[in-house]
Design a protein around this ligand. Structure first.
Ligand code: HEC
Ligand code: HEC
Length: 323
């Protein structure tokens, strides 16, 4: 055999083995996503719409990602009139394994989705075509909430005015395009604690608002649970990099010295309905912390979150906010 011929055969064998392994992976993982959405029908009541509006705008902040944001202003508030039309981009330049574009979640896109399909997308990360969603859409957290809260959000989404916009499709780079199939998991719904159980209720809200994900250092998108809430995760917000704060109760480096009133006031300071948000240029940096959305949270809910955060193990971690 000439060496030329040898390399030709060897080359093709590698391609063939690659195709076989890839095929097997897609078969196995694709098989997993053939999970059927469970049979549910969400009755739309005025109470559900109201609760859903509150949760989707101010706690789970669906509307934050699924709208166009004005990055000229501090914390990137949404541009009026774009609610639910999608468009926020999570790209390779920002450190993501691909380009993920938040979808239109108004009835323009979702009217052919059943309630069961929506529940599955929001809490398990499997879309209508049985394909996995990228977990910047925080379904791993939403799958730990009370299904009644998700029903309220579904009811609310059904009432959004239709926006005839189709954001460009997302794409995933290899190998994440395969890894992504492993992430959707059956939801494990929990009951929402009563408001009177302040700390448990605060913990539920902190999960729903996904505070931990930004406020914990991560490697390749996976957070380091031993440093939960100690801050230090970096986000590129051009032209600078902003670093999340330590929100454990460390007095020296976290929020251990804060009062509940100070915590609430800090959030309320960014309510665009009360004060116009400053220009980011005037502040000197911008942040991806969705202050303007959380500012609409009920003060008692903010207080419950603070009370819960104060029960965490304090972790010493001095963070420099801007790099
Ligand atoms: C941090 C940003 C973020 C938040 C918060 C968020 N999403 Fe998403 N969502 C995305 C992105 C990005 C995608 C697209 C993912 C992809 O293409 O793989 C997406 C996809 C979806 C889809 C799939 C739509 C389709 O056409 O395939 C639905 C439905 C959805 N989100 C609903 C919600 C709801 C409801 C909430 C709140 C409970 C929410 N999202 C919160 C970023 C977000
Ligand atoms: C999308 C990412 C993101 C999410 C979600 C997020 N944060 Fe933040 N947060 C940041 C970043 C980045 C900073 C630092 C820049 C700034 O002050 O805005 C910050 C700052 C803060 C600060 C200011 C601390 C200080 O010392 O000034 C507090 C308090 C805080 N976050 C609490 C929370 C809580 C509570 C939640 C959940 C309800 C939350 N954050 C969700 C990214 C996030």
């Amino acid at each position: 055999m000439t060496s030329n011929k040898f390399w030709k055969i060897a080359g093709w064998s590698v391609v063939a083995i690659g195709i076989l392994i890839g095929g097997a992976l897609i078969y196995l993982t694709g098989f997993k996503l053939r999970s059927k959405p469970e049979a549910v029908k969400v009755e739309i009541t005025p109470e559900r719409i109201e609760t859903g509006r509150y949760l989707a705008n101010h706690v789970l902040v669906c509307i934050d990602c699924h709208s166009t944001r004005d990055w000229q202003l501090f914390s990137g508030p949404l541009k009026a009139g774009t609610e639910g039309s999608g468009g926020e981009v999570f790209s390779e330049e920002l450190g993501f394994p691909g380009k993920f574009i938040a979808k239109n979640i108004t009835p323009f896109n979702l009217k052919n989705w059943t309630d069961a399909e929506l529940l599955r997308a929001i809490t398990e990360g499997v879309d209508k075509r049985n394909m996995p969603l990228f977990p910047v859409m925080p379904y791993p957290y939403y799958g730990k909430l009370d299904r009644e809260d998700i029903y309220s959000i579904i009811a609310y989404l059904r009432t959004l005015p239709e926006k005839a916009v189709t954001p460009e499709p997302s794409y995933t780079t290899f190998p994440f395009s395969l890894i992504m199939y492993m992430i959707p998991k059956k939801a494990a719904f929990e009951q929402k604690p009563p408001k009177s159980d302040t700390i448990a209720y605060g913990k539920y809200l902190v999960t729903a608002a996904v505070c931990i994900d930004c406020h914990t250092v991560a490697r390749r998108g996976k957070i380091d649970r031993t440093k939960a809430f100690a801050g230090g995760r970096e986000f590129i917000v051009p032209p600078k990099t902003v670093v999340s704060a330590n929100i454990t109760p460390s007095v020296a480096t976290g929020i251990g010295g804060w009062t509940p009133e100070g915590f609430i006031a800090r959030f309320k300071a960014y309510d665009p309905k009360v004060n116009p948000l400053p220009k980011a240029d005037n502040v000197g940096f911008n942040t991806i912390m969705p202050w303007s959305m959380y500012a609409g949270m009920d003060s008692l809910d903010l207080r419950a979150m603070f009370r819960y955060l104060q029960t965490l193990e304090p972790i010493e971690n001095q963070v420099q906010k801007i790099r």
